[in-house]
Design a protein around this ligand. Structure first.
Ligand code: MRU
Length: 359
């Protein structure tokens, strides 16, 4: 059975409720932009690519039944609602880039005198549906590029051991996954000995979601607490860390789930490869470095409680940044569907507009 986090059929959108996993697999319907914003904000759906896809599809289901005779009204509605969806969570860049791209499209269509309002709507919906298919194809390419990059450091047909953090799989994307896609590709090549996934406190994406996907796919895997990473690297030889990204700056600084930075520091200390796997749309060429990334702070309750049970002493203050920024100098390579880039190669891409895949 294929795991599906987003179902979009005949104009109806349903998402697997990630707040209920792994104990319950229940789909909830997203009927429009308000539902989409809430699902993203409350983290019924999470993961940078999935946020963008669900956000855009929530707009698609909302405007599908509407009839437009005036292109300006359609353009204004689309622009306002996309900007609203961007505000649901600030750190991941994918929703913002998707919104910018779709707003440019409606602006161009609005100016084109040969296009009617209904044709404009059709083209707009078509562009959103293409995003869903592109994400799966890109993830497969990321998986293959990442597997090759990791294996290029291994001799003969030796097996690899990977550590990952947070959830970057089918649940975080349209399917297959980014860092988890690399793990899936290594597994299907018969080169994966073992995966270690961190719990990923406080929201437990690793224990609840990545572990769920690994068990589902029968990939040999072990769960560790976030605080065990140094001990793990000392006790078991880890070939590479592979994580996802919410936003990569032009210099390669990478925002990802809180805890990623400390894993990168520990990997450097132990001489372990540290790869970031992300679609090219996670690279934000509008910012020079990670200092410009807004880090979302989430409610204290995510730390003080597990489900409805309070675990922290009443009265204690909590600080709950959802992401941190790993400096580029700790990153071996950034795996994208266009190839694997060293952090310094991203800036060259911006200057020339060409790709610089390295092996
Ligand atoms: O807060 P989340 O669960 O949305 O955070 C998700 C991550 O940090 C992922 O690693 C990142 O979005 C990449 S998902 C392919």
């Amino acid at each position: 059975m294929t795991l599906k986090s987003i179902i979009y059929e005949n104009g109806k959108l349903e998402i697997l409720d990630q707040l209920l996993l792994p104990s319950q697999s229940q789909y909830i319907e997203v009927k429009g932009v308000e539902d989409g914003w809430r699902a993203i904000h409350k983290m019924h759906v999470r993961g940078a690519p999935a946020i963008a896809i669900v956000g855009c599809l929530s707009l698609a289901v909302e405007i599908q039944p509407e009839v437009f005779t005036d292109k300006k009204i359609l353009r204004q509605e689309v622009e306002g609602k996309l900007n609203y969806l961007v505000s649901a969570r600030p750190t991941a860049v994918n929703m913002k880039l998707a919104a910018d791209e779709l707003i440019s499209l409606v602006n161009a269509l609005d100016k084109d005198e040969l296009v009617s309002a209904e044709q404009m709507k059709k083209k707009f919906l078509g562009a959103i549906e293409t995003m869903l298919e592109k994400d799966i194809a890109d993830n497969r390419a990321i998986g293959d590029a990442g597997a090759n990059a990791v294996l290029s450091h291994c001799s003969g047909d030796s097996m690899v051991r990977i550590l990952t953090h947070c959830n970057t799989g089918t649940l975080a994307t349209a399917g297959y996954g980014t860092a988890l896609g690399v793990i899936r590709s290594l597994h299907s090549l018969g080169r994966l000995e073992h995966v270690y996934c961190t719990e990923t406190r406080p929201y437990n994406q690793g224990a609840r979601l990545t572990a769920y996907e690994l068990v589902h796919d029968k990939i040999p895997a072990t769960l560790v607490c976030d605080s065990m990473v140094s001990a793990l690297m000392r006790a078991r030889s880890i070939t590479a860390v592979v994580v996802g990204a919410d936003r990569v700056a032009t210099n390669g600084d990478t925002a990802n789930k809180i805890g990623t930075y400390q894993i990168a520091v520990v990997a450097k200390h132990h001489g372990v490869l540290f790869y970031v796997a992300a679609p090219f749309t996670s690279i934000d060429f509008s910012i020079p470095s990670g200092e410009h990334i807004v880090i979302e702070e989430r409610p204290e309750r995510e730390m003080s409680h597990v489900a409805d049970h309070r675990i922290a002493a009443p009265g204690i203050n909590c600080w709950n940044p959802a992401f941190d920024v790993t400096p580029a100098n700790l990153i071996t390579g950034i795996i994208t569907e266009k190839g694997v880039f060293s952090p310094s190669e991203l800036a060259k891409h911006l200057k020339t507009g060409s790709d610089y895949p390295h092996s």
